[in-house]
Design a protein around this ligand. Structure first.
Ligand SMILES: [Zn+2]
Length: 254
């Protein structure tokens, strides 16, 4: 799956050296203007810079796509994902990770991850998280994944009460969904039979099988992946699947 926000962008050492040299030149020219006032300090600083600079790699902070669980607004966070405030509705957003492994009757909201284990059962509860990993029974609950929903072997859910952007069918998972579904990216490691509109990237991994009807602009079938679906390349006119617009606001959490 296209997981663009998980990979850090790395600047090579040479670019860093260039950047540092430019910064140094500016600093030195500022110092030389002041040199009449503080001649000794200026000399010491220059020596320190010449001897002490060692450049390795510089990592630019990762950006993460976050969906506000209060108003559904999508924005980006750079750096670590932590408690934040929605830039649109200004409500506080909690970053916590949860594992549900028994009956759950209370709703849970987070911009972190919720994992519903095989023994987990949602009973009237609504769970909202950035990523949801479902192996249990959510038939009597509702699920909203701001980013990714992973359906594992044994997962049960009511598709009418399930929303996600990216959908992943984990290895061993076999699902027949009679209604039409929409998502952004789809990754199939297990078996999925449905009619699906995916306006991002569809990847069928080794051992995965997609059956039914697929509409997508981008399709990758890996070696050993099975495609039994009728495929329409492109998304039908007037049909917009998941909201794929680029988030505009970046909240810096550094
Ligand atoms: Zn909001």
């Amino acid at each position: 799956m296209e997981d663009y926000d998980e990979r850090p962008i790395v600047i090579d050492g040479f670019s860093s050296v260039q950047a540092i040299r430019r910064a140094q030149k500016r600093t030195e020219s500022r110092h030389s203007k002041k040199s009449a006032e503080i001649p000794d300090q200026q000399t010491e600083n220059t020596h320190a810079k010449k001897s002490g600079v060692r450049i390795d790699h510089t990592v630019i902070p990762q950006k993460h796509e976050i969906a506000c669980y209060e108003c559904d607004y999508i924005f980006m966070i750079s750096g670590r994902i932590q408690d934040t405030i929605c830039p649109k509705c200004h409500k506080p957003l909690r970053m916590t990770n949860h594992v549900i492994n028994n009956e759950c009757t209370e709703s849970v909201r987070t911009i972190g991850t919720i994992e519903v284990k095989a023994e987990g059962v949602l009973n009237g509860a609504e769970i909202r998280a950035r990523d949801i990993i479902l192996a249990g029974n959510a038939e009597n609950g509702s699920i909203r994944a701001g980013r990714r929903l992973e359906l594992c072997k044994g997962a049960r859910f009511n598709i009418k009460k399930t929303r996600m952007k990216d959908l992943m069918i984990r290895k061993g998972g076999e699902f027949v969904i009679p209604s039409t579904i929409s998502c952004r990216n789809l990754e199939v490691e297990g078996i999925l039979k449905t009619r699906i509109f995916a306006d991002g990237m569809v990847t069928i991994k080794r051992g995965g099988i997609l059956d039914g009807e697929l509409h997508t602009p981008h399709l990758v079938v890996e070696d050993g992946g099975g495609l039994e679906a009728d495929v329409v390349i492109g998304i039908g006119k007037g049909r917009s699947a998941a909201n794929n617009t680029e988030p505009e606001i970046v909240v810096n959490n550094q």
